[in-house]
Write a protein that binds this ligand. Sequence first.
Ligand SMILES: Nc1ncnc2c1ncn2[C@@H]1O[C@H](COP(=O)(O)OP(=O)(O)O)[C@@H](O)[C@H]1O
Ligand SMILES: [Mg+2]
Length: 143
Amino acid sequence: MKETEKGIIKLNGKAETRELGLKIADALEPGDIVALMGQLGSGKTELTKAIAEGLGVKEKVISPTFTLVKLYESGRLPLAHFDVYRLDGSDELFDAGASDIIGGRYVSIIEWADIVADMLPSDALLVHLSYGEGEEERIAEII
Ligand SMILES: Nc1ncnc2c1ncn2[C@@H]1O[C@H](COP(=O)(O)OP(=O)(O)O)[C@@H](O)[C@H]1O
Ligand SMILES: [Mg+2]
């Protein structure tokens, strides 16, 4: 991954979340992992949609909560969007065959990545999202 914004960023409304996603997308290279953490509604899927847009994904991105992963091939880089909410740990991710995808030619975005934290490589981009003040503010802590 190329250098990208790090630290704590206030996201005032969805437009600023989109801007952050577009910037992250520009920095991505094949095999990169973006690990998204934060409670329901904190903006993980919104940020994923913006990263996908930035990669040039043409299909509509929808949350893969029930399918574990959705693959998108139409962008600058292929994108694998995981939602591991229903898993109990990284063993189940590997049982599902994810090691064929993660770290390969795909950029992997993982929602609820804290559940599979033990399999994340040290160079994964960690993004903790949380609620800010008011309904439209979110806070991103990027490590
Ligand atoms: N600044 C913001 N960034 C992202 N989403 C926001 C923001 N402000 C309000 N929202 C709303 O919060 C919700 C985020 O939902 P979603 O991205 O699905 O969260 P998660 O995937 O973390 O459960 C959406 O309904 C969105 O419209
Ligand atoms: Mg989500």
